[in-house]
Design a protein around this ligand. Sequence first.
Ligand code: DX5
Ligand code: ZN
Length: 221
Amino acid sequence: MGTRPSIIVASSVLAADFSRLAAEVHKMEQSGADWLHFDIMDGSFVPTITFGSQMVSALRKHTRLPIDAHLMVMHPETMIEEFALAGADYITIHQESTVHIHRVLTSIIKMGKKAGISIIPSTPAGMLLDILHMVDIVLVMTVNPGFGGQTIIEECLRKVEYLSEMKKRLGYRYLIQVDGGINSDTRERVVRAGAEVLVAGSAIFKAEKPELEIKLLKEGE
Ligand code: DX5
Ligand code: ZN
């Protein structure tokens, strides 16, 4: 019997009640979430506007959990320092959002933060080959970003399998993260494909018992 992979659950505050975010963060911490996932959206890279680094600094003092900032913004190079200073632990940029990805990832690393790279459903995972050695997270979007509560795009799992294979073959350290439509039903398929960090918003915040949903995400049925 192979050992079960240890799965990290990153609870996305996108699905939280924005009028009481500190209480929602405390609830996530008590429910067993491993990370807090902040979906930063600028209304340009994606149609929605959510919140910026001020939200990270406001909630930083309310939790000891790692803060995972997912920058769905154009030109993230203009805001790496503010997210680092705000207390984000992981800063993930989109491959599609800036020209000089290597330079931006280097700036995240130089700020002492863990660097992530994310791709939308239409971007091949092969586009990341020359920077995989640098990153701590590869985030495969399993929906078209901008909205919570969407249905998983199954064909994105081929990219998870590819990245899992490359990680083994090249001996790289990155964690494979998936985001969008992740719940206790889709969990088995994404973990089997090689996902190690599961971002979930609706599944957790809409659950009667968030602690049970998080347990199911972590351990499976
Ligand atoms: C991009 C966002 C969402 C969110 C998770 O749109 O990144 O994917 O984190 O949304 P759920 O878990 O509600 O599908
Ligand atoms: Zn996200």
